[in-house]
Design a protein around this ligand. Structure first.
Ligand SMILES: C[S@@+](CC[C@H](N)C(=O)[O-])C[C@H]1O[C@@H](n2cnc3c(N)ncnc32)[C@H](O)[C@@H]1O
Length: 442
């Protein structure tokens, strides 16, 4: 934290964070971490809710702001623009007294050394309150402003889900629950739910994942019994928990987790089948692999953790084939937008074609490391067919010794038989895709 950080009020910090995400393309999570110390403890939750909310609804708020301003603000006044977006979010979505929101937002003009703008900011916010219903009706006329999504993503999702696009967009704006994976090497899910309940934490069993518990209210991991000292549970979305189950692991198998960091699924694999011959966890990012090591150490689990490009076999493979491979491929993360609303703005349409090239390349390369009769589980947290069904269909077409194995789960959506496309469920799992391929022996 530097001097500049310490001097700012919480709302001015929010302006900085919005500028960083919307104009400089920085991750909201990273910015929140960087600015955290600058925010007084009693305002941290407010600033976080304000930043996440304003980014989630930016396209809608920005559209409304365009209706309220007689002409756009100059590029040098992007800070005022973000201040107004923050003001509109507070007036439209937060339960705060309106006069306090207006006064405090106007005061930030002075902190930004833009006293001249106090009248403008005051006028825009008051006008918003007067015209709230009219502006809301205006924004609801287009899916982009109705749900706060960029045009290219609305178009892609409309193509993918023509009959349910409203539901999909709406689900991507909902608050995601906090879900735990109970460490079955230590306790049953029922036993851990009982421990949580004794600590005043209410939970319900997940529908699809046998080790999952969804908390009634998210909490700090420090409050979870045995999280740090005994590794009794991990935080992991229900859809992500399914990877270790769908892999159909057997004792004695050699397993590769091909894009492993920060290690959530590596740990789930080891908990699911402790008698595996070996688990190799490869990831490109050294920092993220450090988190894999920490996760495994917290849970008292062991794997061979490697930092390398999975697609460069000479860098890491010992030529011993694997019986099971998880390829949790780098993707658009469109299935987890509700947790990371900045994805709406940080992703570009051109990323999708680039990502699908990488996904296909990784799948094709890893196929060489799979033993005959072995299986590879292809997974993404994307809900775009270009990264999912299209990859698998092309791979099956071009690979004579690959066959798709049926995967069936209740609640999957619009994917060909054998593949699973999960869409985000309110109070349930994230959006996720799975396909299981087997290398034929004949
Ligand atoms: C979806 S995340 C993996 C999440 C992880 N499986 C888990 O459950 O915790 C995708 C990962 O792929 C990694 N990655 C991207 N390209 C890679 C490559 N060529 N080789 C290895 N890892 C790669 C990224 O660093 C990122 O950690």
């Amino acid at each position: 934290m530097n001097q500049q950080h310490t001097a700012k009020s919480s709302r001015a910090v929010a302006v900085e964070i919005l500028l960083g995400t919307m104009d400089e393309g920085k991750s909201l999570t990273v910015l929140m971490d960087q600015w955290l110390e600058a925010i007084p403890d009693n305002e941290k939750a407010f600033v976080s809710a304000l930043c996440y909310g304003a980014v989630r609804w930016y396209t809608r708020l920005n559209g409304c702001l365009g209706q309220l301003l007689s002409k756009p603000l100059k590029p040098k006044d992007r800070d005022l623009h973000m201040l107004l977006v923050c003001g509109l979010y507070q007036l439209g979505y937060m339960q705060k007294p309106t006069h306090a929101v207006i006064n405090e937002t106007v005061n930030i003009c002075r902190e930004l050394n833009k006293d001249w703008a106090t009248k403008l900011v005051n006028g825009v916010l008051r006008n918003y309150l007067r015209r709230k219903q009219e502006l809301s009706d205006w924004a609801d006329q287009r899916l982009t402003t109705k749900y706060g999504f960029p045009g290219w993503l609305v178009k892609s999702l409309t193509q993918a889900y023509p009959d349910s696009v409203d539901k999909v967009l709406d689900s991507l704006n909902q608050q995601a629950p906090m879900t735990l994976r109970v460490n079955q090497m230590q306790q049953s899910r029922e036993e851990y739910a009982q421990q949580l309940s004794e600590g005043g934490i209410a939970s319900t069993p997940t529908q699809l994942a046998p080790q999952g518990l969804t908390l009634a209210t998210p909490c700090d991991v420090h409050q979870l019994p045995g999280f740090f000292d005994s590794g009794l549970c991990s935080v992991q979305d229900e859809a992500a928990q399914l990877a270790a189950i769908l892999l159909d692991l057997k004792p004695g198998q050699r397993v590769l987790d091909a894009c492993s960091a920060p290690g959530g699924k590596t740990a789930a694999i080891l908990e699911q089948c402790p008698e595996l011959a070996s688990v190799t966890a490869v990831d490109l990012e050294a920092d993220r692999q450090q988190r894999t090591r920490e996760t495994l150490s917290r849970l008292h689990l062991e794997a061979k953790v490697v930092v390398a490009d999975t697609g460069d076999l000479s860098a890491w493979w010992d030529n011993q084939p694997f019986d099971r491979i998880l390829l949790d491929a780098p993707c658009s993360a469109t299935g987890v937008i509700r947790r990371h609303p900045d994805i709406k703005h940080l992703r570009r349409q051109s990323d999708i074609a680039q990502l699908s090239t990488i996904q296909f390349r990784l799948l094709s390369t890893l196929w060489k490391t799979l033993a005959p009769g072995g299986r590879i589980l292809y997974a993404t947290c994307s809900i775009l067919p270009q990264e999912n069904t299209h990859i698998i269909e092309r791979f099956i077409r071009e690979t004579p010794d690959a066959r798709s194995l049926p995967l069936v789960l209740d609640g999957s959506h619009d994917a060909p038989a054998g593949q699973i496309q999960l869409l985000p469920e309110p109070r349930g799992h994230d959006g996720f895709f799975y396909a299981l391929l087997e290398k034929t022996t004949g």
